[in-house]
Design a protein around this ligand. Structure first.
Ligand code: PTJ
Length: 245
């Protein structure tokens, strides 16, 4: 559907169209549509803007990625549909590997995601060679299968829009976990080392800009505090609306 520019919800509806197109092209799981809706609701409550604590998290994530020994960007269907070009750009700047890892396991969808990433400029995409399979412990879903040259041996993993179980499994395996999650209350948000409470559509571009600055000096970052700020932001937005109602 072509959204008229004059529509007051033009930006949000356009992002939604990207997910719907991704679903129609076989990249996004049906459940990915629901996950997106949940994200939309939280984005609405956050005021559909990058809040200050998210920018602080982005700066911390940039330093962490730039100083990692072996960083990996994990890609699922939603991310492949929303920001494939940004994934490639970020991987190049931070010398990260790219690995496709799906929650709703489906080989055909995986192939389509790999093709999408390669069309967007990726040279190598891990997670497709069964001979490289390794299992993460402490997780039952298909997501426990990871690439021995990728997530399995990574020190830093960027897992945008992740489920809580795998974030916990990655933490147990000793990885530093960075995530994008619009829901500051989710288990992933609460478990990761650095949670960027922002829409990936906005946040990924800002993360690329922060990485381009090339700063490698560790920044003081406390994830619990950043999450508390995000929750306060939501509370204040609601209070403001409630007082006008
Ligand atoms: O492609 P697959 O099979 O790997 O499946 C991907 C999904 C996203 C369906 C799967 O990982 C899943 O079910 O995720 P959850 O548990 O629903 O978590 C997704 C989280 O991402 C939720 O907390 C949403 O609020 C959040 N979210 C959704 N859209 C965005 C987002 N966060 C940032 N930016 C978004 N655009």
């Amino acid at each position: 559907m072509k959204i008229p520019k004059s529509h007051p919800r033009f930006v949000s509806l356009n992002i939604r169209e990207k997910i719907v197109k991704g679903y129609n092209n076989g990249l996004v799981a049906r459940e990915g549509l629901l996950a997106h809706g949940r994200g939309e609701a939280f984005d609405y409550l956050l005021g559909e803007k990058t809040i200050r604590s998210a920018q602080t998290a982005i700066n911390a994530a940039a330093v962490t990625l730039l100083t990692a020994k072996n960083s990996v960007i994990s890609v699922n269907g939603n991310i492949a549909a929303l920001c494939p070009k940004e994934i490639i750009q970020l991987a190049k700047i931070t010398k990260s590997k790219i690995e496709v890892n799906l929650f709703y396991h489906n080989e055909d969808r995986k192939k389509k995601i790999v093709r999408r990433l390669k069309n967007a400029g990726a040279k190598q995409v891990l997670g497709t060679n069964p001979r490289s399979n390794q299992k993460l412990t402490g997780i039952d879903s298909a997501r426990r299968i990871v690439d021995k040259d990728g997530i399995f041996t990574a020190d830093v993993v960027l897992v945008p829009l992740e489920d809580g179980d795998r974030t916990q499994a990655l933490k147990k395996a000793g990885k530093t976990v960075i995530t994008f999650d619009l829901n500051p209350l989710s288990r992933t948000a609460q478990t990761a080392d650095i949670t960027i409470v922002d829409n990936v559509i906005r946040g990924m571009k800002l993360l690329i800009s922060a990485c381009k600055k090339g700063k490698t000096k560790k920044v003081n970052f406390n994830n619990k505090k950043a999450l508390a700020s995000a929750i306060s932001e939501i509370k204040n937005n609601l209070k403001r609306r409630a007082s006008l109602a």
